[in-house]
Design a protein around this ligand. Structure first.
Ligand code: ZN
Length: 269
């Protein structure tokens, strides 16, 4: 499952290798992308928004890919062996001495000028957690439109409230702020919501910037999580076994420490 920081890193890599270059070759399979609208265009920008990746072309067209669970972009040198089978490639872009390959993304499409603003998924996204400065006021405003009893653990994954926080950073930021994932949104004061979202942003940035794995001085990332994926193992802070459950309509697994993150009143756990 690509997290927001994975997509951000992918965008950075694509920007580095094909940014500012002309697309000299393009092929697509099972994708609504006509290669003739790509070849001869220059890659002007590459942006990550939540799990969406946008490649902006000099023609005003935008290549939109959404990674969902299995999608990924790889950049190879010409002639280099791909790390995934060719039949999984949905879009191949050649630029400079590089080949950028999008594997298995469920959404691969070309948006014409103006289509992005009308796109049902892109136009509704909340502020991106990795965009600096993060618009906390807008996150708060969007959060206030959600049901009062919505668990804060579900709120953090709502891409229309704040985009780009995946499951790892949802769990880790709740632990860092000592909030139980089932605490209702209305019981989280604005200032605490600001801190929670800022913490997710800080953890994701630290992970992006760490040269090797996650930040050396603290946990909270995919390499050394405090709670994520650690059901039954002792909390690094208090040694209480970490708990796990499914919450929300999408029933995503969430992990927490029952001692560091006490449950809200009227909940048994
Ligand atoms: Zn603990």
């Amino acid at each position: 499952m690509p997290e927001g920081d994975t997509i951000f890193r992918t965008a950075r890599s694509l920007r580095q290798w094909i940014g500012g270059r002309e697309i000299t070759g393009a092929r697509s399979q099972r994708a609504r992308v006509a290669p003739e609208r790509l070849v001869g265009r220059t890659v002007e920008a590459v942006e990550a928004r939540a799990k969406h990746l946008l490649i902006r072309l000099s023609s005003g067209d935008v290549v939109h890919t959404h990674m969902r669970m299995d999608g990924s972009w790889h950049v190879y040198s010409f002639g280099e062996r791909w790390r995934k089978p060719g039949w999984q490639a949905r879009l191949v872009l050649e630029a400079g001495d590089r080949v950028a390959v999008c594997f298995e993304a469920p959404v691969v499409e070309l948006l014409g000028p103006g289509e992005e603003a009308r796109h049902p998924a892109l136009s509704r996204l909340g502020p991106d957690v990795l965009v600096d400065p993060l618009d906390l006021g807008e996150v708060r405003r969007r959060a206030s439109t959600r049901p009062a009893d919505l668990p804060v653990g579900v709120l953090l994954l709502d891409q229309q409230v704040v985009s780009g926080i995946g499951n790892i950073y949802r769990c880790e930021s709740l632990f860092a702020r000592r909030l139980h994932p089932s605490v209702p949104r209305s019981a989280v004061p604005d200032a605490e919501l600001d801190l929670l979202v800022s913490t997710a942003s800080r953890l994701m940035r630290s992970n992006l910037e760490a040269s090797r794995g996650f930040g050396r001085d603290f946990g909270g990332g995919p390499d050394r999580p405090w709670v994520y994926g650690r059901a039954g193992r002792p909390c690094a802070r208090c040694r209480t076994p970490i708990e796990a459950a499914m919450i929300g309509e999408e029933a995503r697994q969430v992990w927490w420490c029952p001692a560091c993150q006490p449950p809200p009143p009227r909940l048994s756990r």
